[in-house]
Design a protein around this ligand. Structure first.
Ligand code: ATP
Ligand code: MG
Length: 217
């Protein structure tokens, strides 16, 4: 039977978590769970959760840990004998500790990208909400401006991709992520990948995962 992987991908807003994750999905048989996409889905569908988190997200603040853990647990419950990668979760040490009591992770991929690169990326970012596919008006434009390459549907700018929320998201990230990184360093799960662009980082992530899947259990 094929080897199963259970992993987390960490990185600042716009560090390329979504892009790298979608390449992982394409290259390996892996399910991508993005906490941000899950939350935006709830908002779009106006579920109870969506109504509760909408203004928090628009302000660039973090959704409470217990709510977030419940949402992620619900998603993981539906996955059986399939590889998965979690993007955007955990975001706090409490979330990381809670996750560790539920599942055994194989590794954590940490995308390390300079902060000044991130700001330019977010400003020009366009997303296809149903799939989470990400484009950039300059660095990675869609084939037809304003339309998703695969479905042809409209692209939108995220309501939290504005200067004010962005600033908040970056500062919250710098504050909350070091204890998460420390936690995964202690558990020997952390692997850092440095680079300015996803194209630069991707080959390193690819060989790392390919190697992991090749090794005997
Ligand atoms: P990126 O821009 O690369 O998608 P991001 O971190 O800015 O990264 P998302 O991961 O899509 O954006 O998350 C968007 C928002 O959803 C966050 O700003 C936060 O309000 C909320 N959120 C997502 N994941 C979590 C989490 N694990 N804990 C708390 N809040 C979360
Ligand atoms: Mg994301």
């Amino acid at each position: 039977m094929a080897k199963i992987l259970q992993a987390v991908i960490l990185g600042a807003p716009a560090s390329g978590k979504g892009t790298i994750s979608s390449r992982i999905v394409k290259s390996f048989d892996v399910i991508h769970l993005s906490s941000g996409d899950i939350l935006r889905g709830h908002i779009e569908n106006q579920t109870d959760y969506g109504v509760r988190v909408k203004s928090t997200i628009e302000k660039g603040l973090l959704v409470p840990d217990d709510l977030m853990v419940t949402l992620i647990e619900n998603e993981l419950k539906h996955i059986h004998r399939k590889s998965w990668i979690l993007d955007g979760f955990p975001r706090t040490r409490v979330q990381a500790e809670m996750l560790s009591t539920k599942v055994k992770l194989d590794f954590v991929i940490n995308l390390v990208v300079d902060f000044d690169v991130l700001i330019d990326r977010i400003k020009g970012r366009w997303v296809h909400l149903p799939s989470g596919r990400v484009y950039h008006s300059e660095f990675n434009p869609p084939i037809v401006p304003g339309k998703d390459d695969i479905t042809g549907e409209d692209l939108v700018q995220r309501s939290d991709d504005n200067a004010k929320s962005l600033h908040k998201r970056l500062s919250l990230y710098s504050e909350k992520i070091p204890p998460v990184i420390e936690f995964y360093k202690e558990s020997k799960l952390l692997h850092n990948f440095h680079g300015k662009t996803s194209n630069e980082i991707w080959p390193k992530v690819y060989s790392f995962i390919a190697q992991f899947l090749k090794e005997e259990n």
